[in-house]
Design a binder for this molecule. Sequence first.
Ligand code: CP
Length: 308
Amino acid sequence: MKRSLISIQDFSVEELQELIDTANDIIARPEAYSECCRGRKLATLFFEPSTRTRLSFEAAMLELGGSVLGFSEAQSSSAAKGESVADTAKVISCYADIIAIRHPKEGAPLVAAMNATIPVINAGDGGHNHPTQTLADLLTIHREKGRLSHLTVGVCGDLKFGRTVHSLIAALSRYEDVRFVLISPEELKLPSYVKKELLRERGIPYTQTTDLEAVMPELDILYMTRVQRERFFNEEDYLRLKDSYILTPDKLANARDDLCIMHPLPRVNEISVTIDDDPRACYFKQVLYGKYMRMALILKLLKESGSL
Ligand code: CP
């Protein structure tokens, strides 16, 4: 049966652990996986810009011995001539074994999955979800902290449009004794539907604040995010809010020694480059772990869909 990944909630906690275990095994024994996808093709359909997600998917498939094809902007595909996502998914099903799709419209990957005959992976849909970033985040936290439970997680910046934050909260809220500190300007607070469905209805503790420094000592994880110019209707609002939080060494004065500083990247101003050499900075490790989790994901979906 075809298996896709549209939302991180498509996977159980047990399946997330299975992916983490596979990724750790790939890190330990990469040669054992180097031919697993020989003869299989990944199509990357990117209707929105990307560096990490697209190239890590491509690197992942190449390191599994497979091949890649695709496009990196809507203008170079027949979407520019008016082709629908549904038709594109049907067409690509004739050429490839698995699809990774990024699209500015929320729900576009779901439409692709409903029309493709091959597995579809959501590589980011508008301000909605980014489940494979969450896979990278979970492996990072697991390797850095040794657990995914008993954590105080600060998420900071654009919590309104930040799809990485929505998917991360959806995942971590299923682990024991996880508490969230939501740090944002008033205008960029976590949407009510996310708070209701993922936090309040599950009884997950959370607090909201605008003051990053005040909550710093509480945090096991600090997940910084970019204020996303591309999601704003009004340039003035973006300019007013874009530098709401800039993490500099002085702001870490009261942080724990074992704080894990994360960011899905790209960063603009949110984390000073002077923090990059701090042992607590984990955001470039996150990039690397994303490749291993995408390798584990491709293997799982191809196996469960009967293609391996
Ligand atoms: N984190 C992330 O999604 O980065 P890209 O936009 O470069 O893919």
